[in-house]
Design a protein around this ligand. Structure first.
Ligand code: GSH
Length: 229
């Protein structure tokens, strides 16, 4: 029996990052799914923000998907998902920060916004982010992955939310623009990876899951944090 456990909720994109990293590294893990609508007390005791994913590994308990993925990189360096060179490693972390701070929040805020002005603003921010990702990310590396030939934690950080644009398109009639062909080719290549196949759900499932954001009815901490930030 494996001693790594991931606590997730069905189709959480942040937990998907971590599940993909575990699969890419060939690490066995146990998946425990909880309902975010009825968070168990044992979960609240180990998740200070009330969010999944949480990783338990022996006596180590961690939260925040980007931090968990770096921990996995440290305990299982092969296959490497970050460059070894310190400067290249730092630059990779800048992209992961970009995903967390400058891209993903606009996805949620765009969905939560119920008025045209709010939606327009976050749609514009997403278009700027897509342009930056296309030219400065995949454009500079030459692809097919974010850092070139090999998959990295950057690809894992962006992919789950890129994949959820099928639901965003359903609710907001907006998706990755045709002016980003590298991004579209990257998404299609990522979809073929076993780590994606094993952790993905159908478009219908994503549409069901994102209704609470699209209609701004979510009572969860993710929506609350996005409304307040
Ligand atoms: N920054 C966190 C975000 C995690 C997150 O927002 N998870 C969502 C599920 S996808 C959650 O658990 N939300 C709790 C809630 O909405 O009550 C990470 O990267 O792990």
């Amino acid at each position: 029996m494996t001693d790594i456990e991931i606590i997730s909720s069905a189709t959480c994109p942040f937990a998907q990052r971590t599940r993909m990293a575990l699969i890419e590294k060939g690490l066995d893990f146990r998946l425990t799914e909880i309902s975010l609508d009825a968070k168990p007390d044992w979960f609240l005791a180990i998740s200070p923000y009330g969010k999944v994913p949480v990783l338990r590994h022996g006596d180590v308990t961690l939260f925040e998907s980007a931090v968990i993925n770096e921990y996995l990189e440290d305990i299982q360096p092969e296959p490497a998902l970050l460059p070894r060179d310190p400067a290249a490693r730092a630059k990779a972390r800048i992209w992961i920060d970009f995903a967390n701070v400058r891209f993903i929040p606009h996805v949620y805020k765009y969905m939560l916004a119920q008025d045209a002005a709010g939606q327009d603003m976050h749609r514009r921010r997403l278009l700027e982010a897509f342009d930056h990702m296309e030219t400065e990310g995949l454009g500079r590396s030459g692809g097919p992955y974010w850092l070139g030939r090999d998959l990295s934690l950057i690809d894992l950080s962006f992919f789950p939310h890129i994949e959820r644009f099928s639901a965003i398109e359903h609710y907001r009639d907006f998706t990755i623009p045709a002016s980003c062909p590298r991004l579209i080719a990257w998404r299609d290549l990522m979809r073929q990876r076993p780590s994606v196949v094993a952790t993905s759900a159908s478009r219908e499932t994503y549409i069901r899951g994102w209704r609470k954001y699209a209609e701004n009815t979510s009572t969860g901490t993710t929506a609350r944090d996005m409304r307040e930030s």
